[in-house]
Design a protein around this ligand. Structure first.
Ligand code: SF4
Length: 434
């Protein structure tokens, strides 16, 4: 299969590029040129069943929602409902991260149930199957791993987080700096580190990176270079192990795109607000502007139950400084497997956050201006139409109806707008002077 980056390098604009360019309101030529340079990827399954998501320079910041069973809770129907809820609430991509139940069947059902492109982490299933078969994840052999990656790609996975950047050097950095306050929080990363130490071998996904790329290229699956050393604690942010892996991932991103594979790099994790800008600048500079996929980041460790908020603050800032795809975080983060409501809240919070970031990144203010005018003029229906999640806004107003239809129960007859608008009646439809 010719990949989108290969088409772009030949100067061709494919129907998928045109579709993304129209949706993003940028010229197809500019989009093609950025794909050719590896600055934009188009995430879409090879069976053409999903809506393409453009990720990268100059495009709207996208939101990913992750779902999947755990070893404790295996409820396939619940995961399908969560996938649909994520899509209904605006997720642009979805990662299926199951580690319990029939993993092949769950993956196929999730792909069939929604229109957004589905990604995954192949190491999860690889280590799961070794635990089931041999009761020992360290029995994983590389032929099994590469065959599994191919099977998942053939099933219609559109992007894949592959932990290629963990190697012996990365582990050496981790050992030399001392362990961490937050340990290792990447499931795939932690299991690969354990596998490498127990088997006294380097990571086959790093050593045979060419083979990973060739498999993904065959199906034009976007390679997302996984962040196995991401900090899981504010105090570990930007430590040497994390930066070592970032350097390696940026090198691999260059190799991946040179080989004709659409490639992006994954980022943290837990990052304090004052380190977000430098983290994004570092990734962009070292990777030659490869699309950056960040997990929030969470901006404090002290608010479990509200981590969708701590991550939304990070997401608004990371979008502002140039991140291209943000993974949502739900209120259940660090506490439990998310339920349907957690997924809904997580997606909404992340979408609002990246919208705020994009307002600064692209200087967009039109929708805010329009809703402000509708609010000033007490045009409730217009406000709801412009609201990101009008069902919630409408439900709150309807649950506490005002005595005077125009105002709301916040100020009632003391409605500031109603009391003053009357003096500016003739000016209401005019545009402000600036
Ligand atoms: S009542 Fe108060 S809050 Fe409600 S619309 Fe009027 S000014 Fe705004």
């Amino acid at each position: 299969m010719i990949t989108q980056i290969e088409y772009a390098r030949k100067g061709e604009i494919t129907p998928i590029m045109q579709e993304v360019a129209d949706k993003e309101d940028i010229s197809a030529e500019l989009l093609r040129d950025r794909i050719a340079k590896g600055q934009i990827v188009i995430i879409k399954d090879h069976q053409n069943g999903s809506v393409p998501a453009g990720v990268g320079k100059g495009l709207r910041t996208k939101v990913n929602a992750s779902i999947g069973t755990s070893s404790d809770i295996v409820d396939e129907e619940l995961e399908i409902r969560k996938a649909r809820i994520a899509q209904e609430n605006g997720a642009d991509t979805l990662m299926e991260l199951s580690v319990g139940g029939d993993l092949d069947r769950i993956r196929q059902r999730v792909i069939e149930s929604i229109d957004v492109p589905v990604g995954n982490v192949p190491l999860y299933q690889a280590f799961c199957e070794m635990k089931r078969k041999h009761k020992d994840p360290d029995k994983l052999d590389e032929e099994f791993l590469f065959d599994l990656i191919e099977r998942q790609c053939a099933d219609g996975i559109a992007f894949m987080a592959v932990h290629c950047g963990i190697n012996l050097l990365t582990i050496e950095r981790l050992k030399k700096q001392g362990y961490r306050y937050g340990g290792l929080v990447s499931k795939g990363g932690a299991h690969m580190v354990r596998w490498m130490i127990n088997n006294r071998k380097d990571n086959p996904l790093y050593e045979k990176f060419d083979r990973v790329v060739e498999i993904l290229k065959k199906y034009d699956v976007v390679l997302s270079l996984g962040n196995g050393m991401r900090a899981g604690a504010i105090h570990d942010s930007s430590d040497r192990a994390m930066i070592q892996e970032l350097v390696i991932n940026c090198e691999l991103a260059e190799i991946g795109r040179e080989m004709g594979c659409q490639t992006m790099v994954e980022g943290p994790g837990h990052v304090p607000l004052d380190e977000i800008e430098q983290n994004i600048q570092l990734q962009k500079k070292m990777s030659g502007d490869a699309p950056y996929y960040v997990l929030g980041p969470l901006t404090t460790d002290v608010a479990p139950g509200y981590d969708h908020l701590t991550a939304a603050i990070g997401a608004a800032n990371s979008a502002r400084y140039g991140a291209d795809l943000v993974c949502y975080i739900t209120p259940a983060e660090h506490l439990a497997l998310p339920d349907e409501n957690d997924v809904r809240e997580g997606v909404r919070m992340a979408k609002i956050a990246v919208y705020i970031g994009d307002m600064v990144k692209y200087g967009r203010r039109d929708r805010d201006r329009d809703i402000s005018k509708a609010r000033r003029d007490l045009k409730w229906e217009e406000q709801f139409e412009l609201a990101m999640y009008s069902d919630t806004a409408r439900a709150i107003r309807d649950s506490r109806r005002p005595q005077q239809e125009k105002s709301c129960t916040m100020c009632g007859s003391f409605c500031a707008m109603e009391n003053v608008n009357v003096f500016f009646k003739d000016d209401l439809e005019k545009s402000p002077k600036k």
